[in-house]
Design a protein around this ligand. Sequence first.
Ligand SMILES: C[S@@+](CC[C@H](N)C(=O)[O-])C[C@H]1O[C@@H](n2cnc3c(N)ncnc32)[C@H](O)[C@@H]1O
Length: 245
Amino acid sequence: MSRSRPFYADHAAAYDLLITDPVEPWVDAVHDVLVRSGRHTASVLDAGCGTGRHAAALTAKGHHVDLVDAAGPLLDQAAKRCPEARRHQADLCSLDVGPAYQAVTCRGVLNDMITDAERDAVLVSLAGSLREGGLLILDVRDERGSRERADGAPRERTVELGSGKQLIFTSTVTWQAGLLRVHEQYDLLARDEPRQRSGYDFTMRPWSEAELRQRLSAAGFHDVGIGPGVGRKTADRLFVVAVRR
Ligand SMILES: C[S@@+](CC[C@H](N)C(=O)[O-])C[C@H]1O[C@@H](n2cnc3c(N)ncnc32)[C@H](O)[C@@H]1O
């Protein structure tokens, strides 16, 4: 990644204050997939683990979860939450951990891969991290639902950072030729200090079911199951399970 999103670096401490959706629906769905396939205590790699909320909850269910993320400050928080986990700071598009895992989970990450080459590379890397017959479990943005939600309306949230500090986070999303264009604005307010404003623009590329099936098959997966996202407040995500050949 050429430039780190402020949310993943400068404001990593605010990440868990802003992203407060409960972990249980995703973790329960993953656990259910693993148990139904006979893996009651699976070795799992959480690819793009962020602050490790989901990895920690999956560990508490009895699985052995390792961590990988490109963003050091987020990975540090994840490692604190999951002290037994192995951690890798790496770009998922060139990850090389060997075919060690029974499952790879990857939640809310693959939308950051924009080019065709990155999308193919990341799926090949994730396939290469799995044992034969291993499971890839994904949450991705759905193309159609994402397009409908990208209305250009600013959405604002405020979090209290303690010691009288507040972070106001505003996100504005528009749709352009298959891509989500996101403008994020961060206003940091501290008592008796001038407001510090910073902005960041980035792009995400949602996935259609057809693209998922085509690229997953090309990367060596079969038995691809695609359903609505689990535990999401909005109907713009997909829950995907695929088996490594
Ligand atoms: C939206 S967050 C999701 C975090 C976590 N999976 C969750 O659901 O809360 C996306 C995460 O993917 C990571 N990420 C994005 N692109 C990456 C890449 N190429 N290699 C490794 N990590 C990446 C980011 O650093 C961030 O932690």
